[in-house]
Write a protein that binds this ligand. Structure first.
Ligand code: HEC
Length: 191
């Protein structure tokens, strides 16, 4: 074989290789630099995982887990739980101007649509037909006693579990936010 034939054969081989490799995967982005940076060796959260009994990577926290910064509220959603919370649970926050101001904002956003801006039970949705809650200062609680005498614990219990036509706020307000709102409700109880 002479020199030009060898060169010709090489050129054909290289050209064919280029044609075949470039057509192999149209979606390929080509060479990857340091692929471990994006194709990491850890399991993706939605990947199968042989290390766990249920074969999933995403695991639920063990039952009873409390997130950091949360205090357990272990009073059940019963009349007894409500009364026990009333005796034992106290607002852990100091009534500073900042806390009071934040409580007012939360109240205006989350509670005033039903309870009214002054807590008189005449909020916007009540004016459109929703069952009116009793006034914080002049009404009677459906669970007995005057609304103005509702304690920290009773209000925290109510916000955590809800009562009748009022839903639970446990998923909307963190315990700290609930305590801030309660600070403002105590003010409305005096109006
Ligand atoms: C969808 C309307 C609605 C919203 C929003 C709402 N409530 Fe109520 N709330 C009610 C109704 C209705 C009652 C009366 C329930 C009953 O006793 O039958 C009530 C009752 C209460 C009581 C009295 C519970 C008791 O022990 O008698 C408190 C305290 C209270 N709400 C606080 C709040 C606070 C604080 C918020 C905001 C985080 C809020 N509510 C948001 C409708 C609402």
């Amino acid at each position: 074989m002479n020199k030009s034939k060898i060169l010709g054969a090489m050129a054909v081989t290289i050209a064919a290789t280029l044609v075949f490799t470039s057509c192999k995967d149209k979606r390929s982005t080509g060479w990857q630099y340091a692929p471990n940076m994006y194709e990491h060796i850890a399991f993706e959260y939605d990947q199968k995982n042989p290390n766990f009994r249920d074969g999933k990577t995403s695991q639920l926290p063990p039952p009873g887990t409390v997130p950091i910064g949360f205090t357990r509220f272990s009073y059940p959603n019963t009349r007894d739980g409500y009364e026990q919370a009333s005796l034992a649970v106290k607002n852990p926050l100091k009534n500073t101007p900042a806390v009071y101001a934040e409580g007012k904002v939360l109240f205006m956003h989350m509670c005033s649509p039903c309870h009214g801006p002054e807590g008189q039970g005449n909020g916007e949705v009540v004016q459109h037909g929703y069952p009116p809650p009793p006034s914080y200062s002049k009404g009677q609680s459906s669970r007995g006693g005057a609304m103005k005498d509702l304690t920290d614990g009773k209000i925290f219990h109510t916000l955590t579990y809800g009562v009748n036509a009022m839903g639970s706020y446990a998923s909307q307000l963190s315990p700290e936010e609930r305590w801030k709102v309660i600070m403002y409700v105590h003010h409305l109880q005096t109006l």
